[in-house]
Design a protein around this ligand. Sequence first.
Ligand SMILES: Cc1cc2nc3c(=O)[nH]c(=O)nc-3n(C[C@H](O)[C@H](O)[C@H](O)COP(=O)(O)O)c2cc1C
Length: 317
Amino acid sequence: MSNRICELFGIQYPLIQAGMIWCSGWELASAVSNAGGLGIIGSGSMYPAILDEQITKCKTATDKPFAVNLPMLYPDIDKHIETIIRHKVPIVFTSAGNPKTWTEHLKSQGIKVVHVVSSLKFALKAQEAGVDAVVAEGFEAGGHNGRDETTTMCLIPMVARELSIPLIAAGGIGTGRGMLAAMNLGADGVQIGSRFVASEESSAHINFKHAVINTNEGDTRLTLKELTPVRLIKNEFYQQVEAAYQRGASAEELKTLLGRGRAKKGMFEGDLVDGELEIGQISSLFDHIMPAATIVAEIISEFREALSEQQTDKFKF
Ligand SMILES: Cc1cc2nc3c(=O)[nH]c(=O)nc-3n(C[C@H](O)[C@H](O)[C@H](O)COP(=O)(O)O)c2cc1C
């Protein structure tokens, strides 16, 4: 495979492992990069000193390109940016904020910048801000998400039609067939989060990994739109949020209910009752925790198989 995404990042397959708070540290990022994809360290849950250590370890574990995800709501963002530049990290995926704020500065340091969006309007704004590529993420995705509920199936062709820079599809993709479908809709590559949460190298707590592989269809829901919309497993904490909605709770009350540290509690410390368990709809398709390299190999092999099937009678009419 060689296409615009492979060339932009210097990788073998246009398959990106998403940056994910509490789940994607150096072990996962380096395993995916070593397997031919692009691994991303999720810096949104790391203190500056931790990010420094994670990048150092990632550089030791792989000589392949890797990236850092930078949610722009992060309070100490300038410290993270200084660390990224000092370590000469080649690629940064920014999210949750205005791409104009940091793109020029990062690019002036020779860093490739990709921005994550959930709508056509923001994809075009990111392109205008000078980013090298855009991730368009649909409603199915795990973690924080757009308010408009646009699905990947609808979002990707809308963005592909108007964007001229490379486009990466995210949300609900976890297989080779899903990857091929997204690329047939106009994407140049895919970003996969939920499936990699259930990898051996993910830093998620083992309880959360088991909860992820045990989800069934309908077990996740996008909620807390009044704060930052997020897709969660419908556990006890989610039921408390639902009950708050039923009694007409204000945004302020929802904020108090959410409190601080819920995501860490659920995903990193393994509290499946009171924690916030961020995962996407596609999680219901997977039943096993696997090494990240096996996940990459399986996706690429299924992609090739599905591509060759497109030559069969099913597609001739
Ligand atoms: C547990 C979890 C944590 C996430 N944390 C982040 C994050 O810190 N920054 C970010 O830009 N996106 C985050 N996301 C979204 C992913 O980067 C990715 O776009 C999404 O998982 C893709 O959809 P999928 O889950 O259907 O594969 C997170 C997703 C999950 C499942």
